[in-house]
Design a protein around this ligand. Sequence first.
Ligand SMILES: Cc1ncc(C[n+]2csc(CCOP(=O)(O)OP(=O)(O)O)c2C)c(N)n1
Ligand code: SF4
Ligand SMILES: [Mg+2]
Length: 363
Amino acid sequence: MAHEVIRHQLPLFDEDGRAGATDDEHGRDLYYLPDLPEEDPYAAGHRTCAGCGPAIQYRWVLKAAGQDTVVAGPTGCMYVANSTYLCTPYTVPWAHTPIASGGSFTSGMAAGYEAMIRKGRYPGPYPNILVMAGDGSASDIGIGSISGALYRNHDALFICYDNECYANTGIQVSPTTPYAGMTTFTPFGKAIPEGNKLPPKNLAKMMAEGHPHCYVATTTVGYPVDLMNKTRKGLNHVGAAFLHCYTPCQKGWVYQTSMTVELGRRVVESGLWPVWEYDPDGREYHYFHPPVQRPVTDYLALQGRFGHMLPEHVATLQTGANRNWEGIGMEVPRHLRDLEDPARHQRLKDENYSMPLNRGVGA
Ligand SMILES: Cc1ncc(C[n+]2csc(CCOP(=O)(O)OP(=O)(O)O)c2C)c(N)n1
Ligand code: SF4
Ligand SMILES: [Mg+2]
């Protein structure tokens, strides 16, 4: 007789966090300052760079998932920096997979646990099963295996930590590198002054549109409560779930290490990273409307990878951001619409900003 598979139902965190205690502008801290769980399945002792966005994501995701969790990590910074010989920051089971196999490996874990529980060989409950793959893995080299796992609807959470480059091998361009983002494979110069000519692949929309039975969401390290709740929703969803998380790479993007979380908010407030959730039951998207709408220059100016941009490049990104605002059902304010005109811009390094460059969280 088959045994029943009992699944966890993780409670959600209070969306308002400790908002009442904050003193911020426009209420943007409403989405910050969570009451974090004390447990740390991703503990201190790893070797990522100071301010590493993916490491922050790993920590918050595993806090949300808790101790009854098994994790897979395809090749990338978060494999290499976290698995030095005889040293690991994980207090939960973790396995490395080849960069192309995050989806297939995690499918195997999910199917294996399910079969073992049904046969009475594992007492259960069904653990939280997740994989955290880089953008090079999830949007490029390993996209096939993740798409296959989503299609087959294995009960696991597939996360892309997106630092918008192949970081571990030397900051090369990936399909999610933004337009005009400089990488070692897209240097700017006379022939190609913008550096990267291509717009980023819309990975999360591909996953939602292509696998309509899956829970899919986007988030950033600027919104810890949102990130942890979407982690829990993805794990609670019976079947496959995909989470696409914006995670700045201090080394590759060239910014002050204290600004990682601030970047995670400015990218949303400048319209360059829509935050949403796709509900597979209603087959509808729910879009987050940030309390502030900023010019893209408030975001770009913090990062050395954009320092070469010319007026027409800035205008191109502002135009894309404005279309994103419309796409999520928000009005484009007049001053942002005007900024679609290259004549309104200077070289990025000469631009004026509406927000101080070094405003970090708590600054
Ligand atoms: C099939 C294959 N091709 C190339 C590599 C070399 N490689 C190792 S890590 C890495 C970068 C992965 O980038 P990403 O998935 O974005 O993770 P990040 O390093 O940015 O954290 C690459 C290309 C590999 N390990 N396997
Ligand atoms: S190179 Fe980037 S992603 Fe890799 S450890 Fe450093 S900050 Fe993190
Ligand atoms: Mg990457």
